[in-house]
Ligand binder design. Structure first.
Ligand SMILES: Cc1cc2nc3c(=O)[nH]c(=O)nc-3n(C[C@H](O)[C@H](O)[C@H](O)COP(=O)(O)O)c2cc1C
Length: 349
């Protein structure tokens, strides 16, 4: 599969997730079978570009290409300027965020809220495409199925975006009104796929290899994008790839492999964030890795009291060494409730 001149390794994508899909996590997912990863969104507000948060998000050191940067905002000239700024700093693909219920930017709602104002949404797409054209950088866009149940305008918008020069469209199968509640539906994604010639990516609630196959089949989408199911489970991409090509399941990863992957992940995480922020922000990743595993709650409680890298690494190593006494391979996690219970916390900057 291609995005403009870029040939992707496969059609299994990591979803952009602010506060989650930073460079270390994207690289881990890529190493474990994802063909493509989009960065966390970067604001179009110039006054915030120099902040530590935005500069960390713009860090692509050592990341395999193509480097895709997602931008969020509500003003067409500002979005065009943000696109150029990121292209000049290494972005090879610019993705426009019309998909997440992002907080206010410049007193207007960004992200999926733009779907309610079709002329503005189109003006943004056209301005960004025009700004990227001299650099030969393709522009892609991520949206939802519509603003609300009674206003599902993804098909109309997708046609307009394609005419404006957008080269790939990702659709999360929920409306903006739904937030993360209810279930994703795939009929609207199939309708978008039917309506445009550019590649379409299906997203929303893909949590297993079977679901990936089902969504690819029922939408005819060119690719699937996985978000929350990859949290703490970055090997889901190789599991899906294996299932799609053979129809059989890979064995769960060895506990020893998970321990090594997580320890490496943590080292990269501390490298990006430093010790103080790194130890604290790593807790959520560690929590996802151990979610539903034996003695996970006690372990998380202990973890919250740890404030330095060495002790955090030792605690993680100890947890998995103990787990390995009884289990060669990762036991099936006992999941409480549905996957949709995960509340998404998204910030623009
Ligand atoms: C914590 C979190 C942060 C997110 N941040 C972004 C973002 O920066 N840009 C975006 O387009 N979507 C964002 N999303 C939405 C995801 O990309 C994806 O569309 C959504 O989670 C549905 O896919 P899933 O069911 O596979 O998780 C975020 C979702 C979560 C859970």
């Amino acid at each position: 599969m291609n995005i403009g001149p870029h040939v992707l390794a496969n059609n299994l994508f990591v979803a952009p997730m602010a506060g989650v899909t930073d460079r270390p996590f994207r690289m881990l997912c890529r190493a474990l079978g994802a063909g493509y990863a989009v960065s966390e969104m970067v604001t179009s507000r110039r006054d915030l570009w120099q902040t530590l948060k935005t500069s960390r998000r713009a860090n692509h050191e050592g990341e395999p290409g193509p480097i895709a940067v997602q931008i969020a905002g509500t003003d067409a000239p500002m979005m065009a300027e943000a696109a150029v700024y990121n292209v000049e700093r290494g972005a090879q693909i610019i993705d426009i965020n019309m998909g997440c219920p992002a907080k206010k930017v410049c007193n207007k709602w960004a992200g999926s809220a733009l779907m309610q104002d079709e002329p503005l949404a189109l003006a943004i797409a056209s301005a960004v495409v025009e700004a990227c054209a001299p650099y030969g950088v393709p522009v892609t866009l991520k949206m939802r199925t519509g603003w609300s149940q009674s206003n599902k305008n993804a098909v109309r918008l997708a046609r307009a975006f394609e005419d404006a020069g957008v080269q790939m469209i990702t659709v999360h199968g929920r409306t903006r009104e739904q937030g993360y509640g209810g279930h994703a539906e795939y009929e609207s994604i199939a309708a978008v796929k039917d309506a445009v010639r550019v590649p379409v990516v299906a997203n929303g609630d893909i949590t297993t290899p079977e679901k990936a196959r089902e969504v690819l089949a029922c939408t005819k989408a060119d690719a699937v994008m996985i978000g929350r199911a990859a949290q703490g489970r970055p090997w889901i991409f190789r599991e899906i790839a294996h299932f799609l090509s053979t129809g059989t399941h890979l064995a769960p990863p060895l506990v020893a492999e998970v321990k090594r992957l997580l320890l490496d992940h943590l080292q990269e995480h501390y490298g990006l964030y430093g010790e103080y922020t790194g130890v604290r922000s790593a807790r959520k990743h560690i929590g996802w890795y151990v979610k539903g595993l034996p003695a996970a709650q006690e372990f998380r409680d202990r973890l919250n009291a740890i404030e330095d890298c060495t002790a955090q690494l030792a605690a993680v190593a100890g947890y998995f060494e103990e787990l390995a006494v009884a289990h060669d391979r990762l036991p099936a996690p006992v999941r409480a409730g549905s996957d949709n219970e995960e509340e998404a916390v998204e910030t623009v900057e």
